[in-house]
Structure formats: C-alpha cells, structure tokens
Design a protein around this ligand. Sequence first.
Ligand code: FES
Length: 86
Amino acid sequence: MPSEKRDMFLCMGSACHQAGVYDVLPKLQKLLAENGLDDTIELKGAFCLGPCTKGIVLTFEDHVFTRLSPANVEHQFRTKILPVLK
Ligand code: FES
C-alpha cells in the first residue's frame, strides 16, 4: 500500500489570490516534483489561513511560510521550505 502523503496547504483566499497565488501554485508543484517530493507531499489549496497581510501564505504541519510571491517562491523554497520537508 502506498504510504500516506503529507499535506501542504497554499492559501487561495482573496488577499493571497490578489498577490498572485495562481502563479505560485504551478511553480511550487514543479519545485516539489524536481525534488522528488511529489510522491510524498500533497499540495492543496486552502481557504484563508489567517495572516493575510503576510501573504502569500503556505503551511506545512506546524510550519507557516509567509510573503511568498511568484518572484521569490523558488528562493524561499530552496532556503526555507525544502529544509523542513526533508
Ligand atoms: S487570504 Fe491568504 S492568509 Fe488570508
């Protein structure tokens, strides 16, 4: 049986939408795949996660990542997000 995937939530609320989450989503999916994590981590859209003024917001278990943008998502992924996924 395949092991359970771990959920990662990307905020699709209105503030994060305005900030460009629809451009961040495919980039995150690509980064997860490139790092061989798409088998173990499920990226899901979420309603407002709370800290709208710090959007775009991503959560993974007890970690909260803020201020993602289409321009910085790759850098944030490599420096902050990837280390907690491994
Ligand atoms: S809309 Fe994304 S945290 Fe509220």
